[in-house]
Ligand binder design. Structure first.
Ligand SMILES: CC(C)(COP(=O)(O)OP(=O)(O)OC[C@H]1O[C@@H](n2cnc3c(N)ncnc32)[C@H](O)[C@@H]1OP(=O)(O)O)[C@@H](O)C(=O)NCCC(=O)NCCS
Length: 229
């Protein structure tokens, strides 16, 4: 770990970007977007193990523990873009909002192998749309939402803010998914079905009826395993 950022060797034309987070999703984003963005450093909320640090160092990134002084040092060096690499929706949203307040930009990252319809509406703020995913005609995706690998959001579907659509999950035509929700891997929301409250939908579930009570739902068709009012 280093005490202060050394950005003097950045000669790339790509925009410098800070990677906020150091877990699995950080590795995924680094791998996926390193050709498009000039990742500068990993900023973690904890001290990483030697192995974890070595992983990022081998990719050319220094690792820092987050602090106000550190973030200000990057800002003062005109490194103003950051991606929040955390799968947890609430934590990702809170950190992103705090970084925005400090003056950072949280750009949307869209992999070139994602298939985005020309009439889809994608928030420019903080979306992470990974390879193989698809957003159909007139569908919309809110800010700070992750579409993980091979996630599909079909035509006219509405996905809220700070949602995570896991790998191979599907939001079918005209369906909706409330802000803050997780749609687990391989889960499906059937056409025109509305998830109106923040829901955690288990891997492989099929959502065949509207959800208007926040909670955790699993199975085919879905059943609640607990609710949050
Ligand atoms: C739904 C989920 C969040 C529940 O997690 P949890 O609250 O820790 O729940 P537990 O593991 O304690 O399981 C509670 C019960 O639900 C069952 N269950 C959990 N997930 C299930 C699923 N996806 N489908 C069917 N049943 C499931 C468990 O078998 C258990 O049943 P039991 O009480 O009869 O033993 C989680 O299992 C899941 O599916 N997460 C999605 C993961 C994912 O896709 N992440 C994307 C990362 S990229």
């Amino acid at each position: 770990m280093s005490d202060s950022p050394d950005t003097s060797t950045n000669t790339s034309n790509r925009t410098p970007l800070l990677l906020i987070g150091s877990g699995g999703h950080a590795k995924v984003l680094l791998e996926e977007f390193k050709d498009a963005w000039d990742f500068q450093a990993v900023i973690s909320d904890t001290v990483l193990s030697e192995d974890q640090t070595a992983y990022f160092n081998a990719q050319g990134l220094e690792v820092f523990v987050e602090s106000d002084e550190l973030l200000n040092a990057f800002l003062s060096k005109n490194i103003t873009h950051a991606v929040v690499a955390l799968g947890d929706n609430e934590i990702r949203l809170n950190i992103a909002e705090s970084l925005l307040t400090r003056g950072f930009s949280i750009p949307g990252l869209i992999h070139p192998q994602a298939l985005i319809a020309s009439t889809a509406e994608i928030s420019p703020v903080g979306v992470q749309i990974l390879a193989g995913s698809h957003v159909g005609a007139s569908a919309s995706i809110g800010k700070h939402t992750i579409l993980n690998h091979y996630a599909i959001v079909e035509h006219d579907a509405v996905v809220g803010d700070a949602v995570h659509v896991a790998p191979h999950a599907v939001v079918l035509g005209g369906a909706s998914l409330a802000s803050g929700s997780l749609l687990g891997a391989n889960a499906t929301i059937l056409p025109n079905v509305a998830v109106l409250a923040t829901a955690c939908i288990g891997a492989g579930a099929v959502v065949n009826k509207d959800i208007d009570v926040a909670g955790v739902y699993v199975g085919v068709p879905i059943q609640p395993i607990y609710s949050v009012r």
